[in-house]
Design a protein around this ligand. Structure first.
Ligand SMILES: Nc1nc2c(ncn2[C@@H]2O[C@H](COP(=O)(O)OP(=O)(O)OP(=O)(O)O)[C@@H](O)[C@H]2O)c(=O)[nH]1
Ligand SMILES: [Mg+2]
Length: 423
């Protein structure tokens, strides 16, 4: 497997364990890609002059500019060792998919964001404020920088109005540095070779600020890579611990449940064996084996009385054992063993059979070691095949699998430990 496939494979394993970290994993993957140029993205509402600003910053008409909603998909241009991203304008009323692209660009790919706001619009609106707040809090966490750019300032009537707008925005942004620019003035300054216009355009000052920000990208990337790596690792460790304890809990329950069943089953078999011994110890001949004749079919014979006594003892034993099976949810046969005759679908019938029991049978079944061992073995087997017990076993298997997935994700994550790129 090539290193990039290995990384994808590892990312997939981590993603399966932590689906909520999809974005961070994608970002971490980008941060790990060697030799990636720093990425500068414009972000802001449509028609606020984002594409034109990028064109002026890089000195070429790389992105399409128009007096309407123009940029609809993410545009990308590599220039002077920087990747410039032109994002569609944000405006929830127009097309949420475009907004999605712009945000994806801002959050996923970019190292530096130019948050663009057109001066003629005055203050930032609610959507801009909340986006800027999110970008700033991300900057605190990831050290990715956002530069606030007030565009198209030439459209304001005079300097005083510009100051008014800037003061209003300063109040909204807790005095975040605001770069006032005019692409129009800059172009005029370049075309006419007028230095004053160039300076008044604010673009050279923005370029200097951008240059400083770009110088910090390598350090910021390293910080962010370690931050994301450590956060994901902590979450994976947490997940692993939670899954470990879930599995332990289920295994404990499985063992305890079985212990409770074994204890109850042994107790009832002991009790039944004792009662049966008393029944079988009756003195005198065993009349139960003497068949009834036609002549005394309606008479109470010693044979009938004895068979009746054995039958009552046997039924009592079965009822007592069945009570234990019932308590532990193991009275019905597993689905695969069920027949069309409902009354035969019980564990008792399956284990004890339907033949008539005589003294010898009862002694062998309940009082002798092989019989008792068989009962223990058979009832336990059916207990393990009972619905709840099978469900518990499945939960244990699933919890084991989930733990293995967390283990693998953690190992995969460790294989992706960031390494610092040589400057
Ligand atoms: N007067 C003036 N107009 C500008 C300036 N910057 C851009 N414009 C004009 O504003 C309009 C919109 O500019 P774009 O750069 O296409 O705006 P955008 O933000 O990229 O718009 P979308 O791609 O739709 O999101 C165009 O007509 C530009 O020529 C400026 O500094 N001054
Ligand atoms: Mg545009």
């Amino acid at each position: 497997m090539t290193p990039s496939f290995q990384r994808q494979d590892a990312e997939l394993q981590i993603l399966c364990a932590l689906p909520g970290r999809a974005h961070d994993l994608a970002r971490l993957g980008l941060l790990a890609a060697p030799g990636r140029a720093p990425v500068v993205t414009v972000i802001g509402k449509y028609n606020h002059g984002k594409s034109r600003l990028l064109n002026e910053l890089i000195g070429m008409a790389a992105f399409s500019v128009a007096d309407r909603r123009e940029t609809l998909v993410l545009g990308e241009r590599l220039h002077a060792g920087v990747c410039w991203l032109d994002a569609p304008g944000l405006d929830a009323d127009v097309d949420a998919a475009d907004d999605g692209h712009a945000l994806q660009a801002a959050w996923l790919k970019s190292d530096i964001r130019l948050f663009v706001h057109a001066a003629k619009e005055g203050e930032l609106d609610a959507a801009e404020r909340s986006l800027l707040a999110a970008l700033r809090s991300d900057a605190q966490r990831s050290k990715r920088q956002t530069l606030l750019v007030l565009t198209q300032v030439d459209q304001l009537v005079d300097e005083a109005q510009q100051q008014k707008v800037m003061q209003a925005i300063a109040l909204q942004t807790a005095a975040m540095a605001l770069h006032a620019v005019s692409s129009t003035r800059y172009r005029q300054g370049v075309d006419a070779g007028k230095r004053l216009l160039l300076e008044r355009s604010g673009i050279p000052a923005l370029q200097s600020a951008l240059k400083r920000a770009l110088e910090g990208v390598a350090e910021a990337r390293w910080h962010e890579a370690m931050l994301l790596f450590n956060e994901i690792q902590a979450e994976l460790l947490q997940l692993q611990a939670a899954r470990q304890s879930a599995l332990q809990g289920l295994c404990h329950e499985q063992v305890q449940q079985r212990l409770r069943f074994d204890t109850d089953l042994i107790a009832v078999l002991d009790k039944v064996a004792e009662s049966m011994r008393a029944v079988l110890a009756a003195p005198g001949p065993d009349h139960s084996l003497t068949p009834d004749s036609f002549a005394n079919q309606f008479k109470l014979t010693p044979g009938k009385l004895e068979r009746n006594r054995l039958q009552v003892a046997y039924s009592t034993a079965c009822i007592e054992i069945n009570a234990v099976l019932l308590k532990h949810g193991a009275t019905e046969l597993p689905l695969a063993q069920q027949t069309s005759v409902r009354s035969l679908d019980s564990v008792m019938v399956a284990v004890m059979g339907v033949y008539v029991k005589y003294r010898r049978d009862l002694g062998e079944i309940f009082c002798q070691v092989p019989g008792r061992e068989r009962l223990l073995h058979e009832f336990s087997r059916y207990y393990e095949a009972s619905v709840d017990r099978v469900a518990l076993a499945r939960s244990v298997a699933a919890a084991g699998q989930a733990l293995r997935a967390a283990d693998q994700a953690l190992a995969a994550h460790v294989r992706c430990t960031p390494s610092r790129e040589a400057p």
